[in-house]
Design a protein around this ligand. Sequence first.
Ligand code: NAD
Ligand code: 0WE
Length: 261
Amino acid sequence: MAPPGRFEGKAALVLGVANKRSIAWAIAKRLADEGAKLAFTYQGERIEKGVRDLAESVSSPLVTACDVRSDADVERVFAEAAETFDGGLDLLVHSVAFAAAEDLEGRFVDTPRDRFWTALDVSAYSLVSCAHAAEPLMAARGGGSIVTMTYLGGERAVPHYNVMGVAKATLDASVRYLAWDLGQKDIRVNAISAGPVRTLAARSIAGFPTMEAIVEERAPLHRHIGADDVGSAAAYLLSDEARNVTGTILYVDSGYHAMGM
Ligand code: NAD
Ligand code: 0WE
């Protein structure tokens, strides 16, 4: 068990909760359990009610809409967070990705220009714009910690991950460049590379149970992972225990990435 109150007095903003299965929600719960105050964003009215109910269960003071493709939305959200949290922010959880469903089925070579850029905009550039907006708020607190979610498909060719893999490669590189820029202000930037987890984004993908079975067969630990495993790793990276850890990728995948066969 983690020590209680690791995040007492800390203010966090969480992007990417869609429902109770979201990786962002597993992270948020863990932060709330250990004393953090949490603000949430959601994308689209379809999920607003669900996110508000979840946020209420952890006494969240702020739930607000954010489409990360909009600079105006991102600016407004961080202004609202600053107002809610007395001008400061300690922790940022970025757990957002999107590619057109048809591009996660066919061949990467067939990706059209507009959908290529949409995937990179939502899944990679959004970390840059959020880090840019978070910088002054975290600097006001003397530092901060940012965590994003990535996947092995950004480093290796995973069949059907396609344009999302290119977006994750961009995200991973962005983590390193952001870590360099923001390190000067004691703001750390890291990613978690999770193995397949059954979330809303994952369940709609054909062959997901097969992916879990492959992990169970080939990963050193022979088991698939859950969102709570990601919550534990994120809590570590967001905590002061990781004060000298930045620009890195932490694998929560039962060791799958270490294998060559
Ligand atoms: P999820 O569907 O619960 O979360 C994805 C979130 O992205 C949703 O909340 C959705 O609203 C948000 N989003 C999409 N487009 C957006 C936009 N334009 N503006 C704002 N928000 C937008 O699924 P998840 O699996 O929890 O995904 C969270 C992160 O974890 C993603 O970055 C995903 O790539 C990553 N990841 C997932 C797995 C997995 O197997 N589930 C593995 C590794 C990494
Ligand atoms: O990052 C992801 C999935 C992200 C995602 C999921 C969807 C489904 C619904 C992004 N965009 C969309 N668009 C939709 O319309 N993962 C790491 C999970 C995942 O997705 C795969 C995987 C794995 C693993 C797709 C193909 C192959 C493997």
